[in-house]
Design a protein around this ligand. Structure first.
Ligand code: SF4
Ligand code: SF4
Length: 256
């Protein structure tokens, strides 16, 4: 059993009152600032593209179809410990506490909240590898098995990975896991095998509410650039300067 995963996924962790509610944590910045930061290495991109994903929190209904599709598409173990993408539910209580849960990564949806009367508001936050432009996982890999493609996708070359797990420790988003089948590090690839065929990532394709939007962040006009233009865009843990390429709209300050 992967203890890291158990710890990370055994949610229903209560972030007692110390977790401030709406907007009290300055984890957000404007899209312009994020975009400038994310793209100041644009000239290094040979492919002239930088793939990224937008996630609209207000559209996510927590159905978990994305989690299931990801597992099927990428042969992720169908146990509750290994996920390339997962969905978290945040419930902000009247007391100021924030409850977070993600039963089985949200793959079968979420049971009704027992403390419904006490809930001020709740929402779902899909998560995955952020394909950081300044990725700690790439920096710590001692054999260069984790690398960034010319179009900005962070991948693991299983043939080179020695299973040391340094990258799993280095990722501040808990986005990586040790695959027991291959005995190598694993994580979201933005379904790179599908991109090369002109297809969307599986999670994006199955989302019934278009909560996930995928595309080239450098494109002049696309669904993703429209998403950037018409929403206040945020990234997770911007203070770490990892330059995530997964961008959120409607993200609450309690989400880390
Ligand atoms: Fe949310 Fe879409 Fe995933 Fe359903 S499929 S949980 S709506 S992101
Ligand atoms: Fe690496 Fe984690 Fe960033 Fe993904 S989210 S690129 S695994 S540091």
């Amino acid at each position: 059993m992967n203890e890291d995963k158990v710890e990370r996924r055994s949610f229903v962790k209560t972030l007692v009152g110390l977790v401030a509610t709406a907007g009290a944590i300055p984890l957000l910045s404007t899209f312009d600032k994020i975009y400038a930061s994310a793209n100041d290495t644009e000239n290094e991109l040979i492919g002239g593209k930088r793939y990224g994903m937008g996630i609209n929190i207000k559209s996510c209904i927590g159905c978990g179809r994305c989690v299931d599709a990801c597992k099927r598409e990428n042969n992720v173990p169908r146990d509750p410990y290994h996920f390339r993408t997962w969905v978290e539910r945040y419930a902000i209580l009247m007391s100021g506490e924030t409850k977070v849960d993600s039963p089985n990564g949200g793959m079968e949806g979420f049971p009704a909240e027992t403390s419904e009367g006490e809930i001020l508001r709740s929402f779902f936050a899909p998560k995955l590898c952020n394909h950081c432009s300044n990725a700690p996982c790439v920096q710590v890999c001692p054999v260069g098995a984790t690398y960034t493609t010319p179009d900005g996708v962070v991948l693991v070359d299983k043939d080179y990975c020695i299973g040391c797990r340094y990258c799993i420790q280095a990722c501040p988003y808990g986005a990586r896991f040790f695959d027991p089948a291959t005995r190598t590090a694993s994580k979201c690839t933005f379904c790179y095998h599908r991109l090369s065929k002109g297809l969307l990532p599986a999670c994006v394709e199955v989302c019934p509410t278009q909560a996930r939007i995928f595309g080239d962040t450098l494109a002049r006009a696309s669904q993703l650039t429209r998403f950037f233009r018409f929403n206040e865009i945020q990234v997770l843990k911007p203070d770490l300067n990892t330059r995530p390429q997964v961008f959120y709209a409607g993200l609450d300050g309690v989400v880390r």
